[in-house]
Design a protein around this ligand. Structure first.
Ligand SMILES: NC(=O)c1ccc[n+]([C@@H]2O[C@H](COP(=O)([O-])OP(=O)(O)OC[C@H]3O[C@@H](n4cnc5c(N)ncnc54)[C@H](OP(=O)(O)O)[C@@H]3O)[C@@H](O)[C@H]2O)c1
Length: 418
């Protein structure tokens, strides 16, 4: 099969490298050579594969020999127009581009179906971790009730370093940027939008319908401090940025927030730039996928797995059911959590107020106090709906004149039952 790559940056060049290094293995597995014919790039010269370099997309679109196109340019436009045109010409398309999949995935799957070819996007979530295929094919017989993951290596690297070095957010981000683990403009990672796009794709895969990442409540990690880690550490817990989707009958819940998680959670040990995705099914129970969620060769490896699937299914649409029907996500206020809250002052004279607003009648206040600090303390609230919690924070502050400096959500009440 002759193929083309559009966009020769980190991932595009990685795909060319995997095809070159593993060409014999690939040929054995699919029964025919996979030959790179064109590389579309806007630059005039590329160190390797120069003989394949073209600047004009129509060459790829109009070449009938090209049966598969890899899109690794990133962004929505012109990626969407290029992929659409290729699918309409009956060419299979493979992408690593989560922005494209999140915004236009269901439309592109429908176009692929209409033209009896395939649109694959394994690398768009979890880099080298095969999560799309696992959810869609391997767990096709499951009622998936929860998918929760650490899906952004940059934020996980920052949070891991804050915990290990007792450092604050700003200095850890600056170090991550210096070492190349964070972009110069890190907003998409640290404000949670990258995780939100991936969460939307996972919810789409689990539900078979469309959802918009804009509808997913998203908080990043800018406000996490070393004090938060000290309190979490006293509880034997840690803080992770999680993207989470829950399905309870026909209701969908989804959010991206930093959460305090216990050692018993398999995501606790997912550190540094690694990703982990915990999947819960009604018969399966809990399972976790773990690995490199980004990077040139791990991501390219996922793209190549899609190329193999396309060669194996070159004469048929492989039947991914992703309808254009929008699902609605329940408001954040209807999720229930416990909260690690940091309260101004000492607790002695406000025990009754704390119990009134944050604890059940039969619960006992277990304050967490850091050595040498009497300007604040922390506690973990009982489980309550987010909407009630927000109201209670306001009322508590008004009644006591004490501020809640910060709160971080922790284990959700129903995560064990579903
Ligand atoms: N890097 C990762 O670890 C990773 C992991 C998973 C998924 N992804 C996704 O994979 C995609 C590619 O990421 P990347 O890291 O490889 O990005 P990258 O290094 O910036 O590569 C993109 C390449 O595409 C070129 N390009 C942009 N617009 C083009 C156009 N209209 N025609 C031809 N070439 C064009 C860019 O050229 P210029 O540089 O000249 O603009 C650049 O060389 C993104 O959607 C990203 O989110 C990346």
């Amino acid at each position: 099969m002759k193929i083309a790559i559009m966009g020769y940056g980190t991932i595009g060049s990685g795909v060319a490298e995997v095809l070159r290094v593993n060409q014999d293995i690939l040929q054995k597995k699919v029964g025919e050579p996979v030959e790179l014919k064109y590389v579309l790039d806007i630059r005039d010269s590329i160190p390797e594969d120069n003989d394949k370099l073209i600047n004009d997309f129509s060459i790829i679109k109009d070449d009938e020999e090209i049966k598969l196109v890899v899109e690794t340019m990133g962004g929505i436009h012109p990626a969407y127009e290029f992929v659409k045109a290729c699918l309409e010409s009956g060419k299979h398309c493979v992408t690593s581009n989560k922005a494209l999949v999140d915004a236009c995935g269901s439309k592109l799957v429908a176009i692929a179906k209409e033209h009896n070819c395939n649109f694959y996007f394994e690398a768009s979530v979890g880099g080298g971790i095969p999560v799309i295929r696992t959810i869609y094919h391997n767990y096709a017989g499951e009622n998936l009730t929860e998918i929760t993951g650490i899906m952004n290596g940059t934020t996980n690297y920052i949070l891991t370093n804050m915990r290990e070095k007792g450092a604050d957010f700003d200095e850890t981000l600056a170090e991550a940027q210096r070492l190349g683990y964070a972009e110069r403009d890190p907003s998409s990672d640290i404000d949670g939008f990258d995780t939100s796009r991936k969460t939307a794709i996972l919810l789409s895969m689990a539900s078979g319908n469309r959802c918009r990442h804009e509808d997913i409540y998203t908080e990043g990690i800018r406000n996490i401090s070393k004090l938060d880690f000290l309190y979490a550490g006293k509880l034997g817990m840690t803080i992770k940025l999680l993207g989470s989707v829950h399905q309870i009958e026909d209701q969908y819940f989804a959010y991206v927030v930093p959460m305090v998680i216990p050692k018993s959670d398999p995501l606790f040990s997912v550190d540094g730039v690694f990703n982990g995705i915990r999947i819960v099914g009604n018969c399966l129970g809990t399972t976790m996928l773990y690995g490199m969620g980004a990077g040139k060769l791990p991501t390219a490896s996922a793209v190549v797995s899609d190329i193999i699937a396309a060669v194996r299914h070159q004469n048929e649409f492989q039947g991914i059911g992703w309808s254009e029907k929008m699902i609605s996500i329940e408001p954040m206020s209807s999720n229930a959590f416990s909260y690690l809250i940091r309260v101004e002052g000492t607790y002695d004279d406000i025990v009754d107020d704390i119990k009134e607003f944050f604890l059940n009648e039969d619960s006992v206040l277990s304050p967490i106090v850091l050595d040498g600090r009497n300007d604040e303390f922390a506690l973990v609230t009982d489980i309550m709906f987010e909407g009630d919690f927000m109201e209670n924070v306001k009322e508590f502050e008004a009644k006591t004149g004490r501020r809640i400096f910060h709160f971080i959500r922790t284990k959700k009440d129903n995560s064990d039952d579903i």
